[in-house]
Structure formats: C-alpha cells, structure tokens
Design a protein around this ligand. Structure first.
Ligand SMILES: [Zn+2]
Length: 803
C-alpha cells in the first residue's frame, strides 16, 4: 500500500463537539461509491433485496422477539423478571445486525413504521446499558447462574468465549448504519458510550484481553471514521497487537497463536479469521501499517491457492467451524458458513480498495453469486448455516437456528450489495460489478451519472451510458474484465477451466471498437466524456468446465460447470429417479443453455447427455443408462425440499456413487431408536465409506446419547433365510463424539417375538472396516441390531448389510 490518501470527512456534529468539514483522515486509496448512490433496476438482485426488505428483515425481527432476545434487554433493564434466558451470550448481536440491515434498507426505501420500530428497539437497548456504558445483557440481567462462558469480572473470559467485545463490535456497526441512514444519534450515543468505556478499560497498562471473536476492530474503525476520535482507532490497533503476544494463552482457533503480523496462513474459525483480516486492512488503511498489509497479503494467497471452495466459501470443516489443511475441501461435509462468506466479501472488498486489483473483485463476485446467496432461500425465510457442495438429501434449509448468526448477518448484508458496484479514486472511476442500475457519482472532475443496462448474469452484454453533469468531463472509466471471461477461472492455482482458449471481449465506445490492454483486471478508458457517450462490453457467456487442483482429492475425476459468475449444480428434483450422485458426464459433453422465466424465479438452466450408473448384485459391473441431465445455478438449490445435489460432476465412473443394487437391505423399511428419515436413508445406500471418520457419505448416529442401548431394524419386503449381518461403524475420533459401540447383538423376529440369532462366528468390533456376524440360518421378515453405546461417547453406523 502506498501512503494513505486523505478524504474529507462529512460535516458531522456530536453531543461531544463538532468535527469540521476540513478535517482529514487517511483511509483507503480507493473509496467505494456508497450504496445509497446506486439504484438497482435489474431482475436479479433488485427482487432479492426487496425480498430481504419485505420478508427476511420483518421475519427475523419477529423470530428475535419470539425467541426472547429482546426480552434479554428488558430483563437487563429490570423491566421483566429474569426467569429463563436465551442460549448464547452473543444473542444480543442478532438484534444489532437486524437494526443495521433495517437501517440500510431505510436509506433506500423510507418506511415510517420500520423507522418507529427501530426507535422503540433502540430505547430498549439503551435501557439495558449500565451507567458506565457496559452493554451485555447476559451479565447485566443477573441470572441465577452466570453462563459458563462468562467470568465474574468483566472482559476476563473474552479471549475465550464471553463475546462481550463481539457484541460491542456489532453494536458499533449497527449504530453507524442507523446514524447515517436516519441522521438520528440515539443508537450512536449508546455505541459511543460503550466505546468510551472500552477506551477507559483497555490499553497499555490497563486491561489487555484480546477479543475472542473478532469484529470490534472493524466496528471501532467505523466509529473512528464517523467521529474522528483517534482513541477508537488506537484501541482497534491495540486489540490486534495484543493477540498472540503470549501473555494470555492463545490458539489457532481464534487466530491468537501468533502475533497478527507473524501470521501468514489462514487457520482456525473462518468467520473470526476473515473479520480479523478485514479489521487489519481497515487499521492498515487508516494508519499506513505495512506489517499488517504483508500479513494479510500472504494469508489471502494461502486461501486462494489452498482453501477456497469454487463457490467462494471458506472454512472447510465443521470441527471448530474452521479452515482445513491445504487442499482439504470436502464437498458433502463442507462447512462454508454463510457468515464466513459475508466476512470473505468484506475482506476482499478491502483488499481491492487497498490495491485496486480486480482479482479481489473476482473472488468477491464468486462469493456473492454462489456461496453467499445460497445462504437464503428464494422465499427469504429459510436459511443455510453450512453451504455444502454435495448432498444425499440430508441437508435442508432451516427456518431458524439457536445460533442465528447467519440469518441476522444476511439481513444486514443484502441491502448493502449496491455498494460493491462502483469505486473511485480521484478521477478514476471503477466499474466492478455488472448489474442494471443507475448511479450518481461525485468526481473531482464533476458529477457524473452512469446507467448500466444489462441482463447479467444471464447475458454478457453490458451497456453503460455515461452522463456527466457538465457538457463534458475528463476522467478514466476502469472497466473490469472478470477473470472468468479471460479463461482465468479463479485467482490462484486451485481451479482452471478445461477449455483454455481465450475469446474476444469486444468493447465499443459509441459503437466504435476500442483497442485495449488489460491491466490489473481493468480496461482503462480515459477520455473527455460527453453526455450520451455509451460504452458497450460483450462478455463471453460460455459454459465452462472447471477442474480443481489434483491435490484436492474430493474433486478428482470430476469437473464443475460455470457460466458467467454462476457455479451450477445438479439437483435430484430435476433429474431422473431424483438421483444425481450416480451420474457421470463425459469430459467432452456439450451443454446447452435455456432461460426458464418462471422457474426458481427465472434462471438459466443447462442440459447435457449423461450416464446414470447402478450397482448389480453379485457383479462388480455397473449398469448404465443414458439420460438428459439438467443443472441449475448452485445458489438456487434446496428451494424445493431436500434432494440429492452435486456441484462436482464425475467424468469417470470411479468417482460416481452408483445407485444401490436391489438387496434385502435396500428393499427393507428401516427404523431406529432415532427417527430421522434422512439418517435412516444412509443405512442401506451402499456408499463405500473411505474410513469410519468419512463425513461425506452420510451416516446414522445417536449423538448426543451416551451409555444407552439403541437399535436399528430392517423390516424385509418378504420372508428370507439369512445367515450374515455386516455393519460399518461411524467413529469420528478424536474430535467428534462417536466411537465404536461397546457391544451389539442381533435379534430376528418370529411370531411377533424378538429372538437372538445363534452365533457361528463374529468379527471383533473395529473401526475402518466391515464387521460381520455369521449365524445359523433363520427364516424371518425382520432383523434388529441392539447396540450398547460406550460409557462416555455415542456411536453411529455408515452401512448395514444383510445376506
Ligand atoms: Zn453464521
């Protein structure tokens, strides 16, 4: 980063004093064009933002009320008996995030009723604040027993799990949004009082607890930008610099294992990590700190080369909601939390503002259209927390989560999307995203309006009408050429297009072809612009096959399909027998595209010829049948109930999961002492687990039950003579809660009674292998397995086979 530029602060005044319009602070070289200046007129994002405004925000607010999160504030204010409280000390942030989202929404669409609702909620929040500014309902309401994450003294357990500073961070973000949207200082006053307490309590020679869940760093930077009060910026930097200084035991989980400036790889909890990298970028931009920049440049490269899903998701494993090792990108068990996608957008937008390179927007666009958008249903009231890239039907969007972070985060993110379209640096105007919109931008050269006409992402034709307010105006328009349009699938070396042939990307000004070169992902069009000038861009919307780096084992012998910025998937609902995991599509196959207006709110679907595979009894040969295969945009999956889904399509049969052969097990009705139908389906799916830990295949488990006797049962479709039962146990030692059982036995049904089988031979109970029991022939129509769980663990089953 070069020396920080200076921007003018808006004229702001606060209770504490006035900030003059001339005061200057250093900040990012490039500044985003505020979302309030960009008005979407398109058919893709505008309707989704409207669903967020009319459905998601009121719905989430209602759920926050129903679940007692608002009551927490009333209880802290002494206006309600405490009684039962909600589950997590960070529940306060859900209300802050919805206020942030509602404020953004108000800025674009005035709504008096919503405005008044916010006033009431802010009053309730203010009443819960302690006189010195402390705001954390879980302590203030004095529950009978303090939550185990909370220490007797303030802040002490923040490095661990108390989330006191996390709550503050989201409060600041909400407060600034509300202030800028409404001009009211009610929430800002609460936030500043809280921030002043932090300034008083923390710092050199005072409390030195690092924030366990980052976000307060970004929040303090925001408060600094609005107030110019340097203590806030200093405190943000302090919170970064005490991480990993060894005075308090740190961990990779919270990125406190090393000093932030010594961190060069993405590790630990992905949301915490990406919020921290964003905070480091903010503080670096505001202070000129090069060491932060070096660290986040290296970390970004690590993510891009090793840890990014094709959908833009980060955080491969649910174990600690964390980044996995390099190239560990499992599909069915992918965590890729919605919040992590939002955090990753924040981080990449900052990296762009710092460097002016379009590769960051390439990543941002990928997240936006895929792994982030998949987090909310088309209807706006069902949500994904993890966003997997494959499913056997065990995944389903939820109406709510007890940890509701992803839902409230979505409410605040959606209305802010217009703010990612344009950016400016003096007389350089960047066009980063293609969305039909009108925008007004103040450049030193004068005010200019832009009008984008496009049917992106379905169509690659973009028309930008340039309208300077003056008769003519001299500035440079930086037109982004998306990496995917130049056959560069994703920045970094994780993914490549099978087809490397570059296609022309014609750019015209007033109908005349322009000769250009691409620098940092942009074409610079520098000229004296006149009212009515038109720039036309034609991006090639080819259907690309994407290959992953060979070290990504989960994607071997597979490709994904992408058209424009959209990653596609196969969903059972659209394909023969509701099955897609058994499909193989040749590497040379040709895909066709067709736009379906009424389907999934209007999407481009892709079709190709593929082969469905099926196992046979007593033969390793697969049965094959050809069929037309249909793909839909990944973001739109799981809007029609649970189904099989697959992003990475096998081009070799070895990678496919053939349909099971008809067997006694597959023809049986399964039941168990757990009654989850999605888990029951995995008992007889004939998926070959790689080992007992395999999270990809789906499995049945009894977690969190321990030390109990459980059962599974097959009711056969007819009477059979059987002599053998084989089971493959699920065991996720050391991090998970399941182990092989202590013991198990088999019972068969005769005349309505359960009788034990007469054992001939039995394998020892072991993991990573099939365990068989051979018994004297019995003729029966049902078999039951009784399982004794370990004393301090649960158990689970991958597969149960009967012969
Ligand atoms: Zn989340």
């Amino acid at each position: 980063m070069k020396k920080p530029c200076t921007i003018l602060l808006m004229f702001l005044s606060f209770g504490g004093g006035k900030i003059s319009a001339q005061q200057k602070i250093g900040d990012y070289l490039i500044q985003p064009v505020d979302f309030t200046r960009v008005h979407f007129t398109d058919q893709f994002w505008a309707p989704k933002i409207e669903v967020n405004r009319t459905i998601t925000i009121p719905y989430t607010l209602q759920k926050i009320r129903e679940t007692g999160r608002i009551d927490n504030f009333l209880k802290a204010a002494g206006k309600m008996p405490v009684g039962k409280i909600t589950e997590f000390p960070f529940d306060d942030t859900d209300l802050y995030k919805v206020i942030e989202g509602a404020s953004y929404s108000l800025q674009v669409r005035p709504d008096e009723a919503l405005n008044r609702t916010l006033d009431t909620l802010i009053q309730i929040i203010g009443d819960a604040q302690e006189p010195d500014g402390y705001l954390y309902t879980f302590r203030t309401m004095k529950p009978e027993k303090l939550h185990p994450w909370i220490s007797v003294n303030r802040w002490e357990k923040d490095p661990d799990l108390s989330h006191e500073l996390y709550n503050s961070g989201h409060l600041y973000e909400a407060a600034v949004a509300h202030y800028l949207a409404t001009g009211k200082r009610s929430l800002l006053k609460i936030a500043l009082k809280n921030a002043d307490l932090l300034v008083k309590d923390f710092g050199p020679g005072k409390a030195a607890f690092f924030p366990g869940h980052q976000v307060v760093e970004m929040g303090l930077a925001r408060l600094y930008r609005v107030t110019g009060k340097k203590e806030y910026l200093d405190l943000a930097k302090f919170f970064l610099d005490i991480r990993g200084d060894g005075k308090i035991k740190g961990a990779e989980y919270s990125q406190s294992h090393k000093m932030v400036t010594d961190q060069h790889e993405a590790v630990g909890h992905a949301v915490r990590a990406a919020y921290m990298y964003t905070g480091m970028a903010d503080v670096a931009a505001l202070t000129g700190n090069r060491k932060y920049v070096n660290a986040i440049n290296d970390i970004w490269k690590d993510v891009i080369d090793h840890k990014l899903y094709l959908t833009g998701g980060i955080g491969a494993t649910g174990n600690g909601e964390a980044f996995g090792d390099a190239y560990h990108l499992p599909n069915m068990s992918a965590y890729a939390e919605t919040c992590a996608s939002i955090a990753n957008v924040y981080w990449n937008s900052r990296m762009f503002l710092m460097n002016g390179d379009a590769k960051y927007i390439d990543v941002l666009e990928r997240i936006l259209y895929n792994g982030l958008l998949s987090g909310v249903s088309l209807s706006g009231d069902k949500f994904f927390y993890p966003n997997p890239l494959a499913s056997m039907g065990q995944h389903q969007r939820s109406e709510w989560f007890s940890c509701a972070c992803c839902i409230s985060n979505m409410t605040r993110f959606m209305p802010s999307i217009p703010g990612y379209v344009y950016a400016q640096k003096e007389n350089d105007l960047y066009v980063n995203l293609y969305v039909a919109n009108t925008a007004t931008i103040e450049l030193p050269a004068g005010k200019v309006s832009l009008e984008q006409q496009t049917n992106y992402p379905w169509d690659g034709q973009v028309k930008i009408k340039v309208k300077p307010e003056k008769e003519s105006s001299s500035f440079a328009l930086f037109v982004r050429i998306p990496g995917w349009a130049s056959q560069d699938a994703v920045p970094g070396n994780l993914y490549t297009f099978l087809d490397q042939q570059k296609r022309p990307i014609p750019i015209r000004i007033n109908g005349k072809l322009v000769e250009y070169k691409i620098e940092n992902g942009y074409v610079k069009l520098n000229r004296e612009w006149r009212n009515g000038d038109v720039v036309e861009l034609l991006l090639p919307m080819e259907i690309e096959k994407v290959l992953a780096h060979s070290a990504v084992k989960d994607d071997n012998d597979r490709y994904a399909i992408q058209r424009g910025p959209l990653v596609y998937c196969l969903e059972g609902t659209d394909n023969k027998d509701s099955a897609v995991l058994n499909i193989v599509i040749d590497k040379e196959a040709t895909f066709e595209n067709a736009f379906k207006p009424g389907f999934l709110n209007g999407v481009m679907v892709l079709t190709a010829n593929g082969t469905a595979t099926k196992r046979q009894i007593d033969s390793d040969q697969l049965l094959r049948s050809t069929q037309t295969v249909m793909a839909i945009p990944y973001y739109a999956w799981n809007n029609r109930g649970a189904a099989e889904m697959q992003v990475w399509i096998p081009f070799n049969e070895s990678a496919a999961r053939p349909k099971p052969a008809p067997s006694i097990a597959t023809k049986s009705k399964s039941s168990s002492s757990v009654s989850n139908p999605r888990m029951l389906r995995t008992l007889n799916d004939q998926y070959e687990p790689q080992n007992s830990q395999d999270h990809n295949g789906g499995y049945l488990h009894w977690w969190p039950r321990q030390n109990t006797t459980e059962w599974v049962q097959y009711d056969f479709d007819s009477t059979y003579t059987i002599t053998e039962s084989t089971v493959y146990w699920f065991d996720d030692e050391p991090f998970g809660g399941c182990r092989i059982p202590r013991s198990y036995k088999l019972l068969f049904q005769q005349n309505g009674k359960w009788l034990p089988v007469e054992m001939v031979r039995m394998d020892s109970i072991r993991k990573d292998a099939y365990n068989s029991i051979y018994f004297k022939p019995v003729r029966t129509n049902a078999l039951r397995m009784e399982i004794q769980l370990p004393e301090a663990h649960s158990s689970g089953i991958h597969e149960w086979i009967i012969k």
